[in-house]
Write a protein that binds this ligand. Structure first.
Ligand code: COA
Ligand code: AMP
Length: 632
């Protein structure tokens, strides 16, 4: 198939293009209306269709005779466990849990928070919610109780599903006490907390809202899937915005199922029955779309990996999993490859495994540097595909659509627009720029199916954040450029969001925490280069009183505060005390300049700077603390 023709058709005839893709699913009621507007005057797909994600991900395949095929392979080097779960077994687990949730009074349209490690029960919980039309909101385990509390207050869950603990490289994460603490901090109080006991001895206090997961399912009857409207929210997924408050991205059901099914075939090039592995976490959008719903909708076997690319037990883990479970297509973040490369530079571990099953290696989540791409290609000897997307889009916007036609890979580019995404590069006035010129990456409306519907409880922020800046376009928040051949290069965020190990974090949120320390007069937090994690946050603080003896105590308290309020995932480990911060005459802190200096990039001192002498002061502080790209 010809990519350009296929793509052009999706842009010129979106309704017929996506209706024919929607027909690949088994709807209770096939939609007649493709594209319409909702009450917020925003686009929606397949308004009058009805379907169920849990049915399509499980029951449909059993009805088609594939009940004994593996739906999930759980591979957990941190617990030394491997478990294959067939579609029949998945149905038993999910429908019983769904029945249990119904017994707790959870109904269609209710919200449920899932705060769990990478264990099969996390997937059962998501699919059980989808089965009864409850809207799940998965919160990544690396977030602290305070972040969980913010999400509890925003989406007001009737119940929380959690586990006794998670297992990290160096420690056990006590999930249940985190949930208790979050409920204490939140104004909204969920009725129940369902706890899956992992059988590991961890701290736990019995609360009146506690329900044991095993007891719940052993006393429940299996629940059947309920039809929901295509526009029914399947989940809310919180992501960092440019303020301290995260944004609750709402995903629909019908458009999402259509887009994911389409993407498995045409972007990732997998056929039904193949083994697919996204090495991410269910707390991120990658986990939602490509550990759970995408592969299961497409009747693939999905790998659920509870471990890290290194140290669980070593840098060979990824290659063992691919070879042992016959993975055809794998997806990870460049950070994971950089971590592996650091430990196994010559790829000796790779050579120990038969990886002939692997056809494509996909990378996303952050900018992929050319060295990482090249190393991966040279060692795996398969096409390595960088592709670009966001929590908001739910599935790739730029890629090499290998299931349509494998294009040449241009290192540094995240590929060409995916079907349905009319991607343009705009200047600050909203005019399209010429090839090679950097600008704002935007997508012409309407977006294709599967993309965000709105922000939970905040339609004004949705419009202000994404639609207002360039009328008629969705603004991604990323900068980039297109080359003469139409390949797009993403250069990075144009706002306060940073990507640390492929994890999206808000520096504005970190700054709020740092600024609230009693001894901090003012501060700036921004992302600087990190050899492994791509970026890492750096904090500069000005103290209220210049008391050199207390500097070490204050900086360590500030670091602890961020870890306590946001979570370990913020990787906030460096804070420097400075006398002053560079500002414009109107008082705006020059964060970009601070970042450029830290990364040893060339920079121009803006003519609006209040006092240019500060530059030398900051440079001295950076030098004496070895800040810069040569330090890692
Ligand atoms: N629950 C609780 N804590 C978590 C967590 C989770 N699910 N995930 C991470 N953390 C903690 C880590 O234990 C670490 O804590 P520490 O400061 O006490 O060491 C902290 O958050 C930072 O975690 P991480 O960024 O993962 O760093 P790391 O040093 O533990 O591991 C890598 C480094 C490179 C191995 C790891 O970052 C990695 O695998 N990156 C790939 C990321 C990825 O796949 N992203 C997917 C997005 S698409
Ligand atoms: P998230 O919403 O967590 O998936 O993060 C989305 C952001 O990650 C995007 O807005 C980009 O800034 C960045 N990102 C994701 N994939 C890529 C990629 N392939 N290249 C460059 N940046 C990327």
């Amino acid at each position: 198939m010809n990519y350009l023709e296929f793509y052009k058709n999706s842009i010129e005839n979106p309704e017929s293009f996506w209706l024919s893709q929607a027909k690949q699913l088994d709807w209770y009621k096939l939609p007649k209306n493709c594209l319409s507007k909702d009450t917020n005057d925003y686009y929606q797909w397949f308004e009058d269709g009805e379907l169920n994600l849990s049915y399509l991900s499980i029951d449909k395949h059993i009805n088609d005779g594939y009940g004994n095929d593996n739906a999930i392979i759980y591979d957990s080097p941190v617990t030394n466990t491997k478990r294959a779960i067939t579609y029949n077994e998945l149905k038993e687990e999910v429908s019983r849990l769904a029945g249990g949730l119904k017994n707790l009074g959870i109904e269609k349209g209710d919200t449920v928070i899932i705060y769990m490690p990478m264990i099969p029960q996390a997937l059962f919980a998501m699919l059980a919610c989808a089965r009864i039309g409850a809207i799940h909101s998965v919160v990544f385990g690396g977030f602290a109780p305070h972040e969980l509390a913010i999400r509890i207050d925003d989406c007001k869950p009737k119940a929380i599903i959690t586990a006794t603990c998670g297992i990290e490289i160096k420690r056990i994460i006590p999930y249940k006490p985190f949930v208790d603490e979050a409920i204490k901090q939140a104004s909204h109080k969920p009725n129940q907390v369902v706890i899956f006991d992992r059988g590991i001895d961890v701290e736990r206090t019995q609360k009146t809202y506690d329900i044991d997961y095993q007891e719940l399912i052993s006393n429940s009857k299996p629940a059947n899937p309920v039809p929901v409207k295509a526009t029914h929210p399947s989940y809310i997924l919180y992501t960092s915005g440019t303020t301290g408050k995260p944004k609750g991205i709402i995903r629909d059901t019908g458009g999402y199922a259509t887009a994911l099914k389409f993407s498995m075939k045409y972007i990732y090039g997998v056929d039904e029955g193949d083994v697919f592995w996204a090495a991410s976490d269910v707390g991120w959008v990658v986990g939602h779309s490509y550990i759970v719903y995408g592969p299961l909708l497409n009747r693939n076997t999905t790998i659920l990996f509870e471990g890290k690319p290194i140290k669980t037990p070593d840098a060979s883990t990824f290659w063992r999993v691919i070879s042992e479970h016959q993975v055809k297509v794998m997806f990870t973040a460049p950070t994971a490859i950089r971590a592996i490369k650091k430990e196994d530079h010559d790829g000796d571990f790779i050579n120990k495994y038969d990886l002939s099953c692997l056809k494509y290696q996909f990378l996303a989540g952050e900018r992929c540097d050319v060295a990482t791409l090249t190393w991966t290609k040279n060692h795996l000897k398969v096409p390595v595909i960088d592709h670009w997307w966001q929590t908001e889009s739910g599935w790739p916007m730029l890629a090499n659509m290998v299931g349509v036609e494998l294009q040449d890979v241009k290192p540094g580019s995240a590929g060409m627009p995916v079907c349905g995404y009319d991607i343009v590069i705009l200047d600050e006035h909203g005019e399209e720029v010429s090839a090679g010129v950097e600008g704002y990456v935007a997508v012409k409306l309407p977006l294709p199916p599967g993309t965000l519907m709105n922000l939970w409880g905040n339609p004004e922020r949705f419009k202000a954040g994404y639609l207002k800046r360039f009328p008629g376009y969705y603004f991604s928040g990323d900068g980039g450029y297109k080359d003469e051949d139409g390949y797009v290069f993403i250069t990075g965020r144009v706002d306060d969001i940073i990507n640390v190990a492929g994890h999206r974090l808000s520096t504005a949120e970190m700054e709020e925490v740092v600024a609230s320390h009693k001894d901090v007069a003012e501060c700036a937090v921004f992302g600087i280069h990190c050899e492994i994690k791509g970026q890492k946050p750096l904090g500069l603080i000005v103290l209220k009183s210049q008391d050199a003896d207390n500097e070490a105590t204050i900086t360590s308290e500030v670091i602890q505060d961020v870890r306590h309020e946001i979570g370990a995932v913020a990787s906030f480990k460096e804070v420097l005390v400075v006398k002053r911060l560079p500002k414009t005459r109107s008082g705006k802190i020059l964060r970009k300049l601070l970042r450029q200096m830290a990364d040893d990039l060339s920079f121009n001192v803006p003519s609006t700077i209040d006092d240019a002498d500060i530059i030398t002061e900051i440079q001295t502080v950076y030098k004496s603390n070895q800040i810069g790209i040569h330090k890692d």
